[in-house]
Design a protein around this ligand. Structure first.
Ligand code: VTB
Ligand code: MG
Ligand code: MG
Length: 322
């Protein structure tokens, strides 16, 4: 895939972030999400790809834009056939309340290479490169924690595990406390949390817990680029969800590894901060109608990670991109 696609993907997440950031703290997650979707969708139209959304805002009848199966890009004969996974605003509640860690994300890979994950829950485990190969979603949590501590040459009490603050995690939290690890709970946004495990300065060593399956595929694309490890298993709480898995051809019992979630080594990932986060600063506004964004773009093939700080002159931008 053309390596310059990376910069275009940053444009796409920047547009989503600039759209949503205006609504920080307004208490309205729907309007913020809509603005992110609009910005992202329109910026996609400027890119020469033959894309299809495999992870999106929902089924065609429930999402007018970026729905699953939607064709994106110019779609010319010479254009690259790709799968697209998006979450224009991961952390809608975060932005509505002005809380940290809301991001806009996109992942792409050659056609057929991203898992078509149903919109349901996924049990996940993510670690950075130094702990690659020592975790197993089928193993007891405490065993994984001990193995990660060992791989990082840390005392178990110095290990930091992060997970969504949800009642369904009570058992996991108790297991973590029993072995004495430090726990960092977060409200929303487990894509950003999974990525944080790959950067030392975040202080986060491992992410565990049950979050959205679509977010799992997107996080896997990032962790593939970063050399980390990600495993996920779908969780069906309702019988319809089991039926949906069968219909979509995904295995409810299988632990999906990085290569199952994102096939091959040609994936790209991009994210832009909307509110301030561990990895990316959020959108900031200056005088004279200017804004600044912080993004990261990654390419699996070469493992290049680029941080892009951009200054946007909002007066000069098309309406959708500001
Ligand atoms: C996570 C997280 C999202 O949903 O996937 C989570 O990354 C799923 O769990 O940001 P809940 O249904 O308990 O929220 C979000 O928090 C929101 O999409
Ligand atoms: Mg979303
Ligand atoms: Mg989300």
């Amino acid at each position: 895939m053309d390596r310059n696609l990376a910069l275009n993907l940053a444009r796409v997440t920047e547009a989503a972030a600039l759209g949503a950031a205006k609504y920080m703290g307004r208490g309205d997650k729907v309007i913020a999400d809509q603005a992110a979707v609009d910005g992202m969708r329109k910026m996609f139209d400027t890119i020469n790809i033959d894309g299809v959304v495999v992870i999106g805002e929902g089924e065609m009848d429930e999402a007018p834009m970026l729905y699953i199966g939607e064709k994106i890009g110019r779609g010319g004969e010479t254009d690259l056939a790709v799968d697209i996974a998006v979450d224009p605003l991961d952390g809608t509640t975060l932005i509505a309340k002005g809380l940290p860690n809301a991001i806009a994300v996109v992942a792409i890979a050659p056609r057929g290479n991203l898992l078509n994950a149903p919109d349901m829950y996924m049990d996940k485990i993510a670690v950075g490169p130094k702990a690659k190969g020592v975790v197993d979603l089928n193993a007891p949590i405490q065993e994984n924690l001990k193995n990660v501590a060992k791989a990082l040459n840390k005392n178990i009490t110095d290990l930091t595990v992060t997970m969504l603050d949800r009642e369904r995690h009570e058992g996991m939290i108790a297991a973590c406390r029993e072995v004495g690890v430090r726990i960092k709970l977060f409200q929303d946004g487990d894509v950003a949390a999974a990525i944080a495990t790959c950067f030392d300065h975040t202080g986060v060593d491992i992410m565990i817990g049950i979050g959205g399956a679509p977010e799992g595929v997107i996080a896997a694309a990032a962790l593939k680029c970063l050399g980390g490890e990600f495993q996920g298993r779908l969780v069906a709480y309702r019988s319809e969800e089991k039926a949906r898995c069968i219909q979509m051809g995904v295995d409810i019992n299988k632990v999906y590894g990085l290569d199952d979630l994102v096939k091959g080594n040609e994936a790209f990932f991009a994210a832009t901060g909307i509110s301030d986060g561990d990895l990316l600063k959020g959108v900031t506004y200056y005088g004279n109608n200017m804004a600044r964004t912080h993004s990261v773009v990654m390419r699996a093939e070469t493992g290049t990670i680029r941080f892009i700080e951009a200054i946007h002159k909002l007066d000069l931008k098309p309406e959708y991109a500001k």
